[in-house]
Design a protein around this ligand. Structure first.
Ligand code: DCP
Ligand code: MG
Length: 386
């Protein structure tokens, strides 16, 4: 690089997957505010606006210094007019009136509380809000028809809204390892999501399970769930096939692997102090059903708590893609896919990478190889907190 007369400005690349974003950064006072507006836009089903605020926040997370004045924003990408206005107000007045009025608004607070129920999405929450409901207990009082996920969500509301600690995630890892090893030897179990990125707490615990021997992982999920169920460790579970894929990844899905990628949304019963060995009050798991609540008479007490756990099983040939796809953050994932599509003419999913120009799938055995295929510098998980 040739010397320049200007003082060295911080250069920030425009896609989040081109930059390093640590977990702890210098501008929380700004990013928290922008993310309230992003969240509120999601509650209003305005995805474009939400992503714009999330991208702005993410740029500030990548800065190696505190933003003290508007000069610090010069040359930064992704900062739209609205985000700049909010940042300016906070820098000048200490707070943004728009952010504060959003935070205080009845709609924001109700939507936050209602979507905070496991199994409740923005659409249901919004319908209930317009019917006058405000809090999770209103769902019970007004006799709303709830699906099994939502019933579990209300029942375990307090536990599921209390952050899961790293310690608890490790305890759950031991349980999952025991369950998987009991039904298949040699499987590889990896902690994914926020904990892989170095977070100290999370809203759930995410696992990816694979086996070096391609195909050995088939049929694993129901067996693992049966084992957990028999031990009395499951409060709720629902298995889906490829739903994540079908909604998002269209052309990048290798058609021959349609049935082999399974995901289970579950709620574990985690003994406090010691792991495992809960006594079962449950009827046995009916392998014909794919969803069920057990132990419905039980309430979290001093001896255990409910924890959200996501399990994903991937064939080994897709393991690198699944690892990259389930490490997050959500914005980092979104940006990777946008980079692939817009800059490379490729389509990336948690299963595969398709090169539209060459009209073929690109193989990879590691995350490093996927970054290389995409023409990106490798970013380690701890720097993907975009
Ligand atoms: N993921 C994704 N898009 C989705 C759902 C998941 O890209 N719609 C990926 C990226 C996430 C990972 O899966 O990082 C796990 O999803 P979580 O919702 O559990 O997110 P995190 O683990 O990152 O955060 P938290 O600490 O809140 O669990
Ligand atoms: Mg998670």
């Amino acid at each position: 690089p040739k010397p320049s007369a200007d003082p060295p400005a911080t250069t920030v690349k425009s896609y989040a997957c081109q930059r390093r974003t640590p977990l702890k950064h210098h501008n929380t006072f700004l990013t928290d505010a922008l993310e309230i507006l992003a969240e509120n836009a999601e509650f209003n089903e305005n995805e474009g606006r939400s992503v714009a605020f999330r991208r702005s926040a993410s740029v500030l997370k990548a800065l190696p210094h505190v933003v003290r004045g508007m000069d610090d924003l010069k040359n930064l990408p992704c900062l739209g007019e609205h985000s700049v206005r909010v940042i300016k107000e906070i820098l000048e007045d200490g707070t943004s009136s728009e952010v504060e009025s959003t935070r205080q608004s009845e709609q924001y607070q109700a939507m936050k509380a209602l979507t905070g129920v496991f199994g409740v999405g923005v659409k249901s929450a919004d319908r209930w809000f317009r019917e006058g409901l405000r809090r999770p207990l209103d769902l019970i009082h007004t006799g709303q028809k709830l699906n099994l996920a939502q019933q579990a969500g209300v029942q375990y509301y307090n536990d599921l809204n209390r952050p899961v600690t790293k310690r608890e995630a490790v305890a759950i890892s031991h349980i999952v390892e025991k369950a998987v090893n009991a039904v298949l030897s040699g499987a590889i179990i990896t902690l994914m999501g926020g904990f892989r990125r170095g977070k100290e707490v999370g809203h759930d615990v995410d696992f990816l399970i694979t086996h070096l021997e391609e195909g050995a992982e088939e049929g694993l999920m129901p067996k693992v769930l049966n084992w957990l169920e028999e031990q009395g460790l499951l409060l709720y579970q629902k298995t889906t096939r490829n739903s994540y894929l079908e909604s998002k990844d269209g052309p990048a899905r290798p058609p021959h692997n349609l049935d082999r990628f399974e995901r289970c949304f579950s709620i574990f019963k985690l003994e406090k102090g010691k792991e495992g060995s809960g006594t079962s009050l449950n009827t046995s798991y009916d392998s014909g059903t794919t969803e069920g609540i057990t132990g419905t008479t039980e309430q979290p007490g001093p001896s255990w708590r409910a924890v959200r756990v996501d399990l994903v099983v991937s064939p080994f040939s897709q393991f690198a893609f699944a690892t990259l796809g389930w490490t997050g953050s959500k914005l980092f994932e979104r940006e990777l896919r946008r980079w692939a599509g817009q800059e490379k003419g490729m389509s990336l999913s948690s299963h595969a990478l398709y090169d539209s120009k060459q009209q073929r799938y690109l193989r990879a055995n590691s995350e490093e190889e996927i970054f290389a295929h995409l023409g990106l510098e490798y970013i380690p998980p701890s720097e993907r907190n975009a």
